[in-house]
Ligand binder design. Structure first.
Ligand SMILES: C[S@@+](CC[C@H](N)C(=O)[O-])C[C@H]1O[C@@H](n2cnc3c(N)ncnc32)[C@H](O)[C@@H]1O
Length: 321
C-alpha cells in the first residue's frame, strides 16, 4: 500500500466536491481497452478467512507504527457540519468511529465539538494505542481524556459490544477497561437487557467499509444500525468506483467484483452509489445524502494529475414515532 492509498485522500485536505462529472469518467474508463480487465467476469473468489483479513490489517499497523500516515481529516467537518453541534435533547453527544486507525477522523472532531464523547474501535490493538498517543499528545486543555475511549473489535464478524448502546453498562465499561469491557456483553444480555436502550448519536464510517469483504458488508451495516439511537446517523465516506487507485490495480489483484487485494493482504472495495444505497436501505436506514465526490488532485512530487472519486453518504435510523 502506498501513502496515497493509506491516507485515503491525503491530498484532498481541502473541501472540494465536483471537479469533474462522474459519468464522464465512467464512459472514458469503460471505453478504454487497457482497462478492460477491471470488467471481466469475476475472478474465482480468493476469499480469506475473517481472521486473515484482520491479521492483514494488524500487520499493516505494525509495519506503519511510526504514525507516518496520520493526517487530520479536517474537511470532514465541512462535509458533515452535523459534527459541529449536538443533536437536540442529547447531551453529551455520542459518536462511534469504526475502524479508527491512527485517529485521523477523531482528532478534528474532538477539537471542534467539546460536547462530543468519542468511542473509537479498530481490529488492531496497536493502532488503538497509537491513536490514544496521538490524541493525548494533542490534548492541550486536558479535555480529550474524558471524552475519548477505545475498544478493540472486528465489527464485521463479532459486532459491537452491547454496552455501547446502554448508558449504565457503558459507565461500568469505563471502570473495567482492561479487557475492553467485552465481558460485559454477556452480563448485559443476561441480566440487564432492559437497560440497553441507549445508543450513539453518530457512527462515522470513513474509509473502513471498503476494507471489509463484500459478503460481510450487510452484517457490518446492520451492526451500525443496531448501535445507533433512533434518529441517529451514519456519516459515510469511502472509495468510489473508478477512483484512480482502483484503476492502478494489476489484473491479478482482483479478488471479486470491484474488489481488490493489495500485496499485503488488505482489501479495498470501490463503491458505486447503488451498492451503498442497497446496503444502507437494506439495513433499515433512510437516505439523507448520497453522491460522488470527484476531485482532481495533483501529486506535486510526480507532477501528475489524478482523478479521485469518493462516495459521500449520510443515512439515518428512523426516529421513534
Ligand atoms: C483505511 S483505515 C481508515 C482509518 C480511519 N477511519 C480514518 O479516517 O483515517 C481502515 C481501518 O479499518 C480497520 N479495520 C479493517 N477491518 C476492520 C474490521 N473488520 N473491524 C474493525 N476495524 C477494521 C483497519 O485496521 C484500519 O485502521
Amino acid at each position: 500500500m502506498n501513502i496515497e492509498e493509506a491516507e485515503g485522500e491525503g491530498e484532498a485536505a481541502e473541501y472540494f466536491c465536483k471537479d469533474f462529472e462522474w459519468e464522464e469518467l465512467r464512459s472514458e474508463v469503460e471505453s478504454n481497452p487497457s482497462l478492460r480487465h477491471h470488467f471481466e467476469p469475476n475472478p474465482s473468489s480468493s476469499t480469506q478467512s475473517p481472521e486473515s483479513d484482520v491479521h492483514a490489517w494488524k500487520l499493516f499497523h505494525t509495519r506503519h507504527s511510526s504514525g507516518k500516515f496520520f493526517k487530520e481529516r479536517r474537511y470532514l467537518l465541512k462535509e458533515f457540519p452535523v459534527l459541529l453541534s449536538s443533536p437536540p435533547n442529547s447531551y453529551p453527544n455520542k459518536l462511534l468511529e469504526v475502524g479508527c486507525g491512527n485517529g485521523s477522523t477523531i482528532l478534528p472532531i474532538l477539537r471542534a465539538n467539546k460536547d462530543v464523547i468519542v468511542y473509537a474501535c479498530d481490529c488492531s490493538d496497536e493502532t488503538l494505542h497509537k491513536a490514544t498517543d496521538i490524541i493525548n499528545a494533542n490534548d492541550v486543555a486536558s479535555s480529550f481524556k474524558h471524552r475519548f475511549h477505545t475498544f478493540s473489535c472486528d465489527f464485521s464478524t463479532i459486532g459491537f459490544p452491547t454496552w455501547l448502546a446502554c448508558n449504565p453498562c457503558r459507565h461500568r465499561f469505563l471502570d473495567v477497561k482492561e479487557d475492553n469491557g467485552l465481558h460485559l456483553k454477556n452480563s448485559c444480555l443476561s441480566e440487564e437487557l432492559d437497560c440497553c436502550v441507549g445508543g450513539v448519536d453518530y457512527v462515522t464510517l470513513i474509509f473502513t467499509l471498503s476494507a471489509v469483504p463484500l459478503e460481510r458488508m450487510p452484517r457490518s451495516i446492520k451492526e451500525c444500525f443496531t448501535v445507533l439511537k433512533p434518529g441517529g446517523m451514519v456519516l459515510f465516506r469511502d472509495y468510489g468506483l473508478y477512483d484512480m487507485t482502483m484503476l492502478r490495480f494489476e489484473p491479478d489483484k482482483r479478488v471479486g467484483f470491484r474488489e481488490y487485494m493489495r500485496s499485503d493482504g488488505t482489501r479495498s472495495y470501490f463503491f458505486c452509489l447503488n451498492t451503498v444505497r442497497d446496503l444502507f436501505l437494506g439495513a433499515g436506514f433512510i437516505e439523507l445524502e448520497l453522491d460522488y465526490c470527484c476531485v482532481k488532485s495533483v501529486n506535486r512530487r510526480k507532477g501528475k494529475s489524478m482523478q479521485r472519486v469518493w462516495v459521500h453518504g449520510k443515512f439515518q435510523k428512523p426516529a421513534l414515532s
